[in-house]
Design a protein around this ligand. Structure first.
Ligand code: ADP
Ligand code: MG
Length: 351
């Protein structure tokens, strides 16, 4: 297994004017489960393929355990990679497909059988081991690809690029749990690419949030929820995402237009601040707080979401258990210790 270091890494595809990856320097810990999360086109696959060695970066270096591997191929890096769509050997059975990477490494037949059975059981392929891979449906074939990616125990890292895209939704949760279990058992460094926050947050110890070729934050699910480093992270994580309001900071006091809101302990004055507050940390009120217009209420079963607006800015409020909306509630209050302050979209520290 390996610690992976990205040093001043950036990438521009030949013939393109835009950087697909903006310069970044990060160390990814040995043995951790990472999710690479961001919208389509933000550079997730580009970064993953640079780490695996399928793509050479146009700038910077990749180190595995402090050794420069920038110009080595995937095989030399000793990496397993699972792609979005199935890659199976049509002429082989399911079992032979799973055994293939182990046969290649010259493992003894008995050891191969033991490991193949273990992996097949884990991902629910045990009944199909003798079936021909070519006749199977897309989601079974993708399970074979997943199994083949996970079968070797001696890899430096296992990389997954949106591997559950073709999997039946009902099976997705199961497989995600199995992948996490595999990580717990074998401790491989794993990097899992997805655009789905639920997938990222349930799978990973650390989530790497990307947008427009840039890594905006690397953090635990709790860190991303409680202290988003960038307004995009605030928006993207959470359902609904963080509310962001334009405002200013004057003598430790937050103002939205000229309405005074919460007072913070210690923060410099900012004339063009963005105030971030999650819907979970907003409360409806009668007589104090920011005036709002309630547009509708959505009952999601486990809680209600109030869709409101202050002037032209939407504000979502999640009602706490037992909290009811009374007729004259037309203001919103924010929990002071849950407020995030941003300037030019980046977080500003305060006490
Ligand atoms: P993601 O995996 O997050 O959807 P990608 O890494 O595939 O994003 O793409 C990042 C950006 O690089 C996109 O703007 C995409 O159009 C561009 N891109 C991806 N692959 C190539 C390529 N082979 N040649 C040129 N541009 C590419
Ligand atoms: Mg991709």
């Amino acid at each position: 297994m390996a610690k992976i270091t990205l040093q001043n890494l950036a990438h521009t595809y030949p013939g393109s004017k835009e950087q697909a990856l903006k310069p970044m320097t990060h160390v990814w810990e040995d043995g951790a489960a990472y999710a690479l999360l961001g919208p389509s086109g933000c550079g997730k696959s580009t970064l993953l393929n640079i780490i695996s060695g399928l793509l050479a970066p146009s700038e910077g270096r990749v180190l595995f355990n402090d050794q420069d591997v920038t110009s080595t191929g995937t095989a030399e890096r000793n990496i397993a990679q699972v792609f979005q769509f199935p890659v199976v050997y049509d002429t082989m059975t399911v079992g032979e497909n799973l055994a293939f990477p182990l046969k290649n490494r010259g493992l003894a037949d008995q050891a191969i059988k033991k490991r193949v059975d273990e992996i097949a059981f884990m991902i629910g392929l045990e009944a199909t081991l003798d079936d021909r891979a070519s006749g199977l449906g897309a989601d079974l074939q993708q399970k074979i690809s997943l199994g083949r990616g996970m079968v070797r125990e001696d890899v430096n890292a296992i990389l997954f690029d949106e591997p559950l895209t073709v999997i039946d939704p009902a099976m997705k949760t199961d497989l995600r749990v199995q992948l996490k279990e595999l990580h717990r058992q074998f401790g491989h460094t794993m990097i899992y690419v997805t655009h789905d926050q639920t997938e990222a947050l349930t799978f990973a110890d650390k989530v790497v949030v990307m947008d427009k070729g840039e890594v905006l934050q690397i953090g635990t699910p709790t860190e991303l929820f409680e202290s988003p480093a960038h307004t995009f992270v605030g928006h993207f994580i959470g359902s609904p995402g963080m509310n962001i309001l334009n405002g200013k900071i004057n003598s430790n006091q937050i103002f939205i237009n000229n309405i005074s809101c919460n007072k913070l302990n210690k923060i410099d004055d900012i004339s063009d601040a963005q105030i971030g507050i999650r819907p979970e940390y907003c409360r409806l009120s009668h007589d104090s707080g920011l005036p709002i217009v309630i547009k509708r209420v959505e009952d999601l079963g486990k809680h209600k979401v109030v869709r409101a607006a202050y002037e032209k800015t939407d504000i979502n409020i999640i009602l706490r258990e037992g909290e009811e909306i009374e007729a004259d509630m037309n203001r919103v209050l924010f929990d002071t210790d849950k407020i995030s302050v941003y300037q030019n979209d980046w977080r500003v520290d305060h006490e």
